[in-house]
Design a protein around this ligand. Structure first.
Ligand code: ADP
Ligand code: MG
Length: 347
């Protein structure tokens, strides 16, 4: 993952117990729920917090948060000690001719497989092999520059996700997983999927420990466990380009994830033009359409993460069509003009 600065919290929880109904119970069962224990930290340059709305102990929350360190050491593109860094630098494996093969962790195997599935389903709007292009857009720099067309043209040659050859469970009893890649400049970047995977994993871990009501926030990825005593959680959707915390609207959810991808999250401005961090894989440039943000609500946070990025790349028309075909997602788009488009509203 590449995060150039601590992310603003695009979605944030409004601590209130309003709202009439929620997914798992009715108004008559509502009770006021106040936050319990809470922990926060900074991993993959992202502000992370976990707040329980039941009696989950601080120890359990700390253990859950601590797992982020393990995930950073798997999925970070820039951390030199990560599994992904080794893959992208073709170390730690076996090289035969033009082919590099390495044993990968189960987490990496899972994410790469699902990443390939979504590459196909979104017709490459989501592409986990844009690393060679993403690396050219240096949002870290104090004086970021627009890469040259020649550089972009060259980098685009190494963005075919289907060069990844993933094989799992070669030996059933040892449960080994392997990845093969060509010895070229293909770079895997999981910045648009890993946080969703981690949110789902943290949620499962917390629930295994008996937690029934909690909110996990990883930057723009929020997972709400339970239904906050019947009221549901009220999650704010950031007003694009406004001050942190300014909400365009709120949604009330239970047992679901809310993920927002926005072009205002990380960008630089040159000659009055905004260059942001969501890349159109067909051009190598930041996506340039009418959308400012896409929020996806879904019980599967990884799916919400992938699709918030992919639908933003598709644009409003194609993105809404996609959303309406899939009943497991609710999509809210905000255009650069401030218009709200909702996949659950007619029209
Ligand atoms: P955020 O990281 O702000 O939550 P996203 O989930 O939309 O936002 O992921 C954006 C990140 O994913 C970028 O920083 C980059 O690492 C990577 N990325 C950018 N464009 C794409 C794309 N079209 N497909 C897959 N990954 C992308
Ligand atoms: Mg995403």
């Amino acid at each position: 993952m590449k995060f150039s600065r601590v992310k603003r919290l695009t979605s944030f929880i409004l601590i209130c117990t309003i709202c009439l109904t929620c997914g798992c119970t009715r108004l008559s069962f509502q009770k006021t729920v106040t936050p319990g224990n809470s922990v926060s930290g900074l991993y993959f340059d992202t502000a992370i917090s976990i707040t329980a709305y039941d009696d989950t102990s601080l120890e359990v929350l700390k253990d859950t948060l601590g797992r982020c360190e393990d995930y950073e050491l798997i999925f970070s593109r820039t951390n030199e000690n990560s599994e992904l860094y080794a893959i992208n630098h073709r170390t730690g494996g076996v090289i035969e001719g033009d082919k590099y093969t390495v044993e990968v962790s189960e987490d990496m195997y899972n994410v790469l497989n699902i990443a390939l599935k979504y590459s196909k389903e979104t017709e490459l709007a989501f592409n986990p092999t844009l690393g060679s292009v993403i690396k050219l857009w240096d949002y870290h720099s104090d004086n970021p520059v627009v890469p040259s067309e020649v550089e972009i043209e060259k980098a685009l040659k190494f963005t075919n996700p289907y060069v990844m050859d993933i094989s799992g469970e070669l030996f059933e009893e040892t449960n080994e997983h392997y990845l093969s890649l060509p010895m070229d400049e293909t770079i895997i970047d999981l910045g648009a999927i890993a946080k969703g995977y981690i949110a789902d994993e943290l949620k499962d871990y917390l629930q295994d420990k008996g937690c029934r009501e909690a909110v996990i926030t990883l930057g723009g990825n929020v997972y709400c466990i339970g239904c906050k005593g019947g009221a549901g959680y009220t999650v704010g959707i950031q007003k694009p380009f406004d001050s942190k915390g300014a909400t365009q609207m709120t949604v009330n959810i239970s047992d679901s994830s809310v993920v927002t991808s926005g072009i205002y999250e990380r960008y630089f401005e040159t000659d009055g033009k905004i260059y942001h961090h969501i890349i159109d894989g067909s051009t190598g440039y930041p996506v340039d359409n009418e959308l400012a943000s896409v929020t996806v609500i879904c019980s599967d946070s990884m799916k919400a993460d992938v699709l918030s990025t992919a639908l933003l790349c598709m644009g409003s028309e194609k993105g809404l069509e996609y959303a309406k075909r899939d009943p497991s997602i609710h999509v809210i788009m905000i255009t650069r003009d401030g218009e709200v488009l909702d996949s659950e509203r007619n029209g």
